[in-house]
Design a protein around this ligand. Structure first.
Ligand code: ATP
Length: 273
């Protein structure tokens, strides 16, 4: 699925939290949304999923305005893995994954339950969570819940996968496995990420947000520079080329003085006195 966001502004609680945001994600691309807390990443994902109507501009899914695509069609073609899934209901992990398949259920379809259960088990296995199938959701750790949430999104076989911080509770192996797997699916992926190294490794393109606006976007090597990291995060960083493939590797060196951080040309460590 192709995603085009054009001059998008979104208002929440009488406040404009996204302003004039434009980006595109072509079929098969993995686009990372980066930026500090409150920058607007989750809001942008919700707008792409058609859950928030634009105040200005548009979100187009394969050329159609997202908030006008029928919800059932969106539910079949787009999977959104939210940051804080609000599900403290007494269900097992396998049931949570199967719930994601509800939009595909045909009324009175024979054998539908068994087929969906098989799909849900397959997705749990892909997410490295086969062993959690019969465990109660309420008794899972943060990382285990995260794996089940990834499985729920995968079970839908979506054409567009929207992920909100998909790795924040995962151990380092699970982080790599999840992102490598997702990036290898060949579908369009838009993921909000905090880890800049993950973004550099797995994303074809990154979009750096600050205060609801796009500060920079492009290939990770072009966007993740000491100057942009300083300007957006207020952090002094050293950016190295990975010896194997040349991708940027980001070493965080320390917090910048707020006065320095506000300058887009904030010095890298090599220039610091
Ligand atoms: N339902 C809401 N009503 C009003 N304001 C909201 C609502 N949800 C989010 N906001 C505000 O919108 C802005 C963007 O929030 P958003 O959750 O999109 O940021 P984010 O980049 O995903 O942050 P984080 O990295 O902390 O998850 C924030 O200032 C936030 O307080």
């Amino acid at each position: 699925m192709d995603v085009t966001v054009e001059s998008l502004s979104v208002t929440r609680g009488h406040r404009e939290v996204l302003s004039d945001v434009s980006l595109s994600a072509a079929r098969g691309e993995v686009v990372g949304l980066l930026g500090p807390n409150g920058a607007g990443k989750s809001t942008l994902l919700a707008a792409i999923a058609g859950m928030l109507a634009p105040a200005h501009g548009s979100v187009l899914l394969d050329g159609r305005p997202a908030h006008l695509v029928p919800r059932r069609e969106v539910a079949r073609r787009v999977a959104l893995m939210e940051q804080h899934p609000d599900r403290d209901i007494p269900l097992r992990a396998i049931d949570i994954v199967e719930l994601g398949l509800l939009p595909f259920r045909r009324p009175l379809a024979r054998g539908g339950d068994a087929a969906h259960r098989a799909l849900a088990h397959e997705a749990l296995a892909q997410a490295g969570a086969a062993h959690l199938a019969d465990r109660p959701w309420t008794a899972l750790s943060g990382g285990e819940r995260q794996r089940v949430s990834v499985a729920r999104a995968l079970a839908q076989s979506p054409e567009l996968l929207l992920l909100d911080e998909p790795t924040n509770h995962l151990d380092i192996r699970a982080q790599l496995d999840t992102l490598s797997f997702v990036a290898g699916l060949g579908i369009t992926v838009v993921a909000a990420l905090h880890d800049l190294d993950h973004a550099a490794r797995h994303c074809t393109r990154v979009v750096l947000l600050s205060h609801g606006r796009v500060v920079a976007q492009g290939a990770p090597a072009d966007v993740l520079t000491p100057a942009t990291i300083a300007a957006v995060y207020g952090v002094r960083a050293t950016v190295l080329d990975h010896p194997a493939d040349g991708r940027p590797v980001i070493a965080l060196d320390g917090a910048l003085d707020p006065a320095d951080a506000s300058s887009p040309a904030a010095p890298g460590p090599e220039e610091a006195p």
